[in-house]
Ligand binder design. Structure first.
Ligand SMILES: Cc1ncc(COP(=O)(O)O)c(C=O)c1O
Length: 346
């Protein structure tokens, strides 16, 4: 039987055998009381590789971002961020509803606001204005197909943030993918920000969780907000052990590079089919955004592909979004291209 090929997300990777074996043999303790050995080890290790003093484990990336917003700001203050950032578009308005923040959004072509644009968005002191208190960046940028905000941009934005004494939070859900594309380690990016959230549950392959890293004082605040949001988890050693296996994998970077290469291959082959188009320059990491010509009926195409055991997410009016994870094999790409050709010509 044809296996199910699921391009809709990169969160569906099956945990490795090693991960499962290590996980279920791990000791358990109450992590809220810092008594869970694997969670302590994971937090220490994550902080080290991100070059920060401290880190915490949270159930999700959304919670990690929200806890960061709460820890950096006060209610009624303003956060500067790109208009299509995940925090702005895909976190159910938590920044406003929970943290009481105003969002000052910046339009961009590529998810990477320019330093001058950020500087122009910072409010001067005026009794009428909300206080600007945080800059948020995202890397890789999810709405623009996983493209990478270059390190140079981080450096320029850091100069502005220091000039105005503003902290920077990085939504680095897929920061390891950005590092692989840029041929650097994650520290090359995190050195320019005050806090960073990254996901264990996406390309890294752990079943659950995200890490939030920053200074010791920042993390002490973050621990309270995590608790307030219900993210103080108890015997999570099995989950933390999975995170540790993922992070300590000596082949982590080369494994992600293979995902990127597969995404490129898929994109190139899609581009050879008439009626569907990909901007190849935008395929930098593990995502491919493809756009259908007017002559193609997307709904019928997606239904046809689903019958052939291929799941793809619709995107905007006429787009398709493919995520590549390590569960997608070369043969799956060949099969998908064959079925796409057929589905488009029906
Ligand atoms: C850029 C970005 N940030 C944050 C998140 C949220 O992560 P989670 O799904 O773990 O809450 C996602 C999820 O896809 C994401 O793509």
């Amino acid at each position: 039987m044809q296996k199910l090929i699921d391009f809709r997300t990169d969160t569906n990777i099956s945990p490795s055998i090693e991960m499962m074996e290590v996980a279920f043999k791990s000791p358990l303790g109450d992590a809220v009381y810092n008594l869970d050995p694997k969670t302590l080890e994971l937090e220490e290790y994550a902080a080290k590789i991100l070059g920060k003093e401290s880190a915490i484990f949270l159930p999700s990336g959304v919670m990690g971002n929200l806890v960061a917003l709460l820890s950096h700001t006060q209610r009624g203050e303003e956060v500067i961020l790109e208009e299509n950032s995940h925090i702005c578009t895909s976190e159910t308005g938590g920044a406003a509803a929970v943290a009481g923040l105003m969002l000052k959004t910046i339009r961009s072509q590529d998810g990477a606001p320019k330093a001058q644009e950020i500087e122009s968005a910072i409010r001067p002191y005026d009794q009428h204005y909300p206080k600007t208190s945080l800059i948020c960046l995202e890397n890789t940028h999810y709405r623009y197909g996983g493209i990478v905000v270059p390190i140079e941009r981080f450096k320029e934005i850091r100069e502005i943030s220091e000039k105005y004494h503003l902290p920077i939070h990085l939504d680095g859900a897929r920061l390891f993918n950005a590092a692989v594309y840029s041929d650097v380690t994650v520290k090359a990016f995190s050195q320019y920000v005050d806090s960073v959230m990254f996901s264990l549950s996406k390309g890294l392959g752990a079943p659950v969780g995200s890490m939030l890293c920053g200074s010791r004082d920042f993390i002490l605040k973050a621990i309270r907000f995590r608790k307030m949001l219900g993210g103080g988890m108890r015997k999570i050693g099995w989950l933390s052990a999975c995170g540790l296996v993922a992070l300590k994998d000596p082949n982590l970077y080369s494994r992600l590079l293979i995902d990127h290469q597969k995404a490129k291959r898929l994109a190139k082959e899609i581009n050879e089919i008439s009626g569907i188009n990909v901007d190849l320059l935008a395929v930098q990491t593990n995502m491919v955004l493809a756009y259908l010509g007017k002559e193609v009926n997307r709904l019928s195409l997606l239904k046809f592909l689903e019958k052939e055991n291929i799941l793809i997410a619709p995107l905007g009016k006429n787009g398709l979004r493919f995520y590549i994870s390590s569960d997608i094999e070369d043969t799956d790409i060949i099969y998908t291209i064959e079925k796409l050709k057929k589905g488009i010509s029906i």
